[in-house]
Design a protein around this ligand. Structure first.
Ligand code: ADP
Length: 433
């Protein structure tokens, strides 16, 4: 039951004053009696306060409060219960933290918490094994000092963590790690690191297999197409019934050669993170020669191909790789535009970097195909591509060349109106004369 302590205290004080006055009446010393009474009361209150202070300062968590009566007893009990409640809540929170720490410690994947600047705050046991982090020395260190790969620095600084990053482990070159960063809270980073060595090896085996098969097929195919060519060179001596068959065999042979060349090029592109070269490439001249090739490819189909390129803007990278990528885009524009169609090639730079756009007035592509267009052998319409003689690998090559040059591909298309393929390169890749 809740007591009215205010009333009780006033009544007690009045009683004390009454007693003092009675003592004064008996002794004839009212003032002294009052002083003595009130001093005794004050002394008692101060003593209780000191006992409280002593208990709060020195007592262990389970020690009972000192015995006391009246309002002081109630204050002691209330504080004691409050402490007990806090202890229980703390215990529950600690149990949760222990469980989280135990479970993350048991994880095979590394979990690392970084602050806004990327300094290490906390990590689990696996982070020690995978990245070689040491609890004593490394706390508070910037993660980019501990994972020193330039790709990681770039990835960390770009702050676009949609795709994970794969790199060799800083402690063991044979271990392949996948890094995935997420921003949380107040701009802090949560980093998950997985060992993907096995998946990487399988992927590597698949790539090696494709590259080896393509390589092995090249020689027999060269021999076959060589003989076909010789036969067709002496077409008058060939039985007329075989002429058409030979022509078709030669066509399909060169199609296979293109396919093998593209597969080998893709294998080479995939094998490295960086372009084969890192010299400033005069993109305007490169585009001029591609434009001339495209005009030749168009032949009697009479496409109108315009080129508007800023000669002062050069791009750091490999000319051969960029030629493959840009010519794929321009040749596609020719292949997928009707006769006499208009194609516009532009190359320019601004604050966001350098940009190439290849705009055609062709058949266009439905929006649902756009996200899958750069997959190998992905075709919007299989029969149509076979007619154009494409390998289905062109845009996959474009994607890989752009990854090498830190670029991004953007595809905008309206069915029946045409498509625009744009490549955006960051300012770090651009050299201005
Ligand atoms: P392909 O060798 O078949 O042209 P790509 O990888 O170069 O292979 O292109 C993939 C598919 O994207 C093509 O089959 C085609 O359907 C579509 N495509 C590419 N460029 C264009 C374009 N400029 N206009 C319309 N469709 C295009």
């Amino acid at each position: 039951m809740k007591q009215d302590w205010r009333g009780i205290l006033i009544r007690r004080l009045l009683l004390l004053i009454g007693a003092c006055l009675l003592l004064g009446l008996i002794t004839g010393e009212y003032a002294w009696a009052l002083v003595a009474g009130l001093s005794a009361y004050l002394y008692w209150n101060l003593r209780q306060l000191l006992r409280l202070h002593h208990w709060l300062q020195r007592s262990g968590p389970d020690e009972l409060p000192p015995e006391s009566s009246g309002v002081w007893g109630e204050v002691f009990d209330a504080i004691y219960h409050l402490q007990k409640r806090n202890q229980r809540a703390r215990g529950r929170l600690q149990a949760v933290i222990d469980r989280v720490q135990e479970s993350t410690a048991a994880l095979k994947d590394a979990v690392i918490m970084l602050d806004r600047q990327g300094n290490l705050e906390w990590w689990n046991r696996a982070a020690g094994t995978l990245l070689g982090l040491k609890r004593k020395q490394d706390g508070g260190q910037p993660i980019t000092n501990l994972v020193r790969h330039p790709r990681f620095k770039e990835y960390f600084e770009q702050e676009n963590y949609r795709e994970p990053l794969e790199l060799p482990s800083p402690v063991n070159d044979h271990v392949r790690l996948q890094f995935q960063l997420t921003l949380y809270g107040n701009g802090e980073h949560l980093m998950l690191v997985r060992d993907v060595t096995r998946v990487h090896q399988l992927e590597q085996m698949r790539k090696d297999f494709v590259a080896n098969v393509s390589h092995e097929l090249r020689t027999p195919l060269t021999v076959i197409t060589g003989y076909l060519e010789t036969l067709l060179d002496n077409v008058d001596e060939v039985n007329p019934r075989w002429r058409r068959a030979l022509q078709q065999m030669q066509q399909q042979g060169s199609r296979m050669q293109n396919l093998l060349n593209d597969l080998l090029l893709l294998a080479r592109l995939e094998a490295a993170d960086y372009p084969a070269d890192n010299k400033p490439v005069a993109v305007d001249l490169l585009l001029l020669s591609i434009r001339n090739d495209a005009q030749a490819l168009s032949g009697t189909r009479n496409h109108r191909i315009s080129l508007d390129a800023d000669a002062t803007v050069k791009l750091k990278g490999s000319e051969t790789e960029l030629r493959s990528a840009f010519s794929n885009l321009v040749f596609n524009a020719v292949k997928y535009s009707p006769d006499g169609g208009e194609i516009r090639i532009r190359w320019w730079a601004d604050a966001a970097g350098a940009h190439l756009s290849v705009q055609d007035s062709g058949i266009g592509i439905e929006a649902r195909h756009l996200p899958r267009l750069t997959e190998r052998f992905y075709r919007v319409d299989a029969s149509r591509s076979i007619n154009t003689g494409g390998t289905g690998l062109g845009l996959a090559i474009v994607k890989h060349v752009l990854i090498h040059h830190r670029g991004q591909l953007q595809i905008d298309s309206v069915i029946g109106k045409g498509s625009t393929f744009s490549c955006h390169f960051p300012p770090a890749q651009v050299v201005r004369r």
